[in-house]
Ligand binder design. Structure first.
Ligand code: GLN
Ligand code: ZN
Length: 750
């Protein structure tokens, strides 16, 4: 039987090879670039991505997958979903950016994480009916066609996913809203058809969530409404997990083709083996990863494709990326003389994915042989047997500290002699321009290590003095040596690589450069002990040791796939454990292990969450299980939505946790009451994300509310996160207010 493969790509990175989008956005916001130039330059960035895909010979290139800020915000504004508070702004582009970033008069729309990725979208606030204001997919198609001569497939986030992510409507009304939304999509697609467009894609990652029978029925009904009188071929793309309600959806969804993710795990292929795939629909097989940076294994993928041809009995299958490519850096090109030459052999970024698709097409279409790939040989070089063995030998059932919290509490009270309502901060102090300048100079070797260390030491000294002057009880060293909380540790640990230019969009103009965990992780030398002991030598007060936890380090990195996430987390945990023990040996009495991103790796499917939480809690406990009862372990978490994981937070068994409470308007406080949290806790008493200086009154309000539900003997007073993004002008008065409040509270509570 003849086999034909065609290639398709969607969600190619929007930021540009050298973060051009970031640069032009920031220049526009600051007023340096005018509107016309801005629009022209961003169009160029988009066109460059389309031309690139053309050059790589992709058969089906997508349009409308570029955005000035966020593609969900594009949809909201396209439907006229603009909250009241922005309706005073007359200009469309100004409204758009005000929704994204806030304006003088209106707070920005909520932004939150997109599925289980590190991309953030602007949450649609639906508070009434909405209507079609403009047809962006059509515009985007026409501009590619007219200006570049490229015939694209317009893509659009589907109605089901859009509504699932929106807020402001009653969830009981989901079904009726979905049908209304569907009719708008029907209109959009009809207009595409009327303009001669042959195919269109809706992206429905929400189809992989745990869908009920009812939800599956209603989404099928919605799509029936959309495609009822259409002659354009509609393809529905799913990703990030296996399709939920597989049998029902692949058979009954009235569309031309369905895209499935075959990289994330083997569930989709298993479903096809079990239930088949309808002859009447075209399959789009997502076979090159949009989420991780490891080269595609051509041998394995070819045999997967052969199996798919056999199972479906189809003559033509489209192959594509398994999920949008914007989770990947743009190109390996900049890393070629920078990263380890062996490691380079293992990597593929977005551009390399385009190439892989073409190679796969040629292999399956019989035009070339499978190229040799020697992954195993290379990976052998990155192994460290000792680290590997230590992680697999962890006795999971007995991880944890010997003494109970109650016993530890008494001993720590005696050792630390802290007052009622101890005050502290989360770790970092303002990263001034001067600090950043010195760090950059050191990185570029334009100052000596000695000079740099001297500078950092002096900063530590200043911040210790400042904290004493303000009157805080537990001090920190200020984290001046770090530009971010993962990179610093990754650079000190083995098994991590850092790229030169491998940026990935996090939201809007903000990009991150995740480290790559490619080998076994271990700690060749001490990481923080010098800085912390130096800080401690300057004061009679207790200085906290400050580390980033294993789960956060893992979740903010690209990680290897040849061993489980749990195993990697255990390796990192054991490396951190060495550091914790060294800090204790050096006389440090409080050690904070931050788990800011603890929740981020949570699997989308409910059935998998328990396992994730289980090994995450164990990894955290592993870092500090051997310290003496007198040593106080702290942790810090931020980025909200803790409610569903409170039990796991409790199970982490840290002596003190600091957590954000000021922005969630007390919701989190109520939750703590429900679970009777009985370990030390600092519910951040003010929001460090805002430049506003909190008044004493505001702080008192939060504290009073908190100690209604939390034992005051356990209550700590601190801001809700690190202070590195703030200035000293904001930080000093805010902390003074915090300390003043504490003094008053102590007076009235003793
Ligand atoms: N200790 C870190 C800091 O203060 C924590 C940062 C975070 O939670 N994101 O900066
Ligand atoms: Zn934080």
């Amino acid at each position: 039987m003849k086999k034909i493969v065609k290639t398709e790509v969607f969600g190619y990175p929007k930021i540009g090879v050298n973060r051009e989008l970031k640069k032009v956005l920031e220049s526009f916001w600051s007023g340096k670039t005018g509107r016309d130039d801005f629009l022209k330059e961003t169009e160029e960035i988009n066109f460059a991505r389309l031309k690139k895909q053309k050059k790589f010979d992709v058969d089906f290139i997508s349009s409308n997958d570029f955005s000035l800020y966020d593609f969900i915000l594009d949809l909201s504004t396209m439907f006229g979903i603009i909250p009241e508070r922005f309706t005073g702004i007359s200009d469309k582009l100004d409204t758009y950016f005000a929704m994204a970033r806030g304006s003088d008069d209106a707070v920005a729309c909520e932004m939150t994480k997109w599925f289980d990725t590190n991309y953030h979208y602007i949450v649609p606030e639906i508070d009434g009916e909405f209507e079609l204001k403009e047809n962006r997919p059509l515009k985007s198609y026409l501009s590619a066609k007219e200006k570049l001569g490229i015939d694209t497939t317009p893509t659009i986030t589907g109605p089901f996913t859009f509504l699932k992510l929106a807020k402001g409507y009653k969830k009981e009304k989901f079904a009726s809203h979905l049908l209304e939304t569907a009719s708008l999509y029907g209109k959009i697609l009809k207009e595409l058809e009327n303009n001669g467009i042959k195919r269109v894609r809706t992206e429905e990652p929400a189809f992989v969530l745990d869908l009920t029978d009812k939800e599956a029925e209603i989404l099928i009904e919605a799509y029936s409404l959309i495609t009822k009188d259409l002659n354009i071929a509609v393809y529905v793309q799913t990703y990030y997990e296996s399709l939920s309600q597989y049998n029902k959806i692949v058979n009954e969804l009235p569309v031309y083709g369905i895209g499935l993710d075959f990289v994330v795990n083997s569930e989709n292929i298993e479903n096809i083996r079990k239930f088949g795939f309808p002859k009447s629909k075209q399959l789009i097989a997502g076979v090159v990863s949009g989420r991780d940076i490891w080269k595609t294994d051509f041998t394995k993928t070819t045999s997967l494709m052969n199996e798919l041809f056999e199972l479906t009995g189809q003559e033509e299958i489209i192959i594509s990326n398994s999920s949008p490519l914007y989770h990947l850096p743009v190109s390996l090109e900049s890393e070629k003389n920078y990263l380890n030459a062996d490691l380079i052999q293992l990597l593929s970024f977005a551009d390399e994915r385009l190439d892989e698709l073409t190679v796969l097409k040629q292999i399956i279409n019989g035009k070339r042989h499978i190229p040799k790939q020697n992954f195993e040989e290379i990976k052998e070089k990155f192994k460290n047997e000792k680290a590997q063995k230590a992680a697999t030998a962890v006795k999971e059932d007995s991880i944890g500290r010997k003494e109970s919290f109650e016993q530890r509490y008494i001993l720590q009270k005696e050792t630390l002699k802290l007052p009622l309502f101890p005050t502290t901060t989360i770790g970092s102090y303002p990263q001034t321009a001067e600090i950043r300048k010195f760090r950059a100079a050191f990185k570029e070797n334009s100052i000596s290590e000695e000079e740099y260390d001297g500078f950092i030491k002096n900063e530590i000294k200043k911040v210790v003095e400042l904290q004493e002057e303000i009157g805080l009880d537990v001090l920190v060293h200020g984290e001046f040596e770090r530009n971010d909380m993962v990179e610093y540790f990754g650079q000190k640990l083995k098994g991590f690589a850092f790229t030169k230019n491998a940026w990935v969009q996090s939201y809007g103009s903000r990009c991150v450069k995740p480290p790559i965990i490619y080998g076994d992780v271990y700690r060749p030398q001490k990481m923080t002990v010098d800085a912390i002991t130096y800080a401690q030598s300057l004061t009679q007060k207790t200085v906290k040791g400050m580390l980033t936890g294993p789960v956060t380090i893992l979740n903010w990195s690209f990680f290897r796939k040849d061993i489980s996430k749990k195993e990697i987390a255990f390796q990192i945990a054991l490396a951190l454990k060495d550091e914790v023990m060294d800090l204790e040996k050096a006389g440090i009495k409080i050690i904070q292990i931050d788990e800011a991103a603890f929740r981020e790796g949570m699997p989308l499917k409910k059935g998998k969450q328990k396992d994730y939480l289980d090994w995450s809690v164990k990894s955290f406990k592993l870092t500090n299980e051997k310290v003496s009862a007198e040593t106080q372990i702290h942790t810090h978490m931020c980025y909200s939505e803790f409610n569903e994981i409170l039990e796991s937070i409790y199970a982490m068994d840290s002596d003190v946790i600091s957590i954000e409470a000021s922005r969630s308007k007390g919701e989190i406080i109520e939750k703590f009451e429900e679970i009777h949290y009985d370990h030390g806790i600092g519910l951040g008493v003010y929001d460090i994300h805002s430049p506003r200086i909190p008044t004493e009154k505001e702080i008192i309000l939060i504290v009073e509310r908190s100690i209604k539900v939390i034992d005051k003997e356990l209550f700590w007073i601190n801001p809700d996160c690190g202070l590195k993004t703030r200035s000293y002008n904001e930080t000093i008065p805010a902390l003074k207010n915090m300390v003043n409040v504490t003094k008053k509270l102590r007076g009235s509570n003793s």
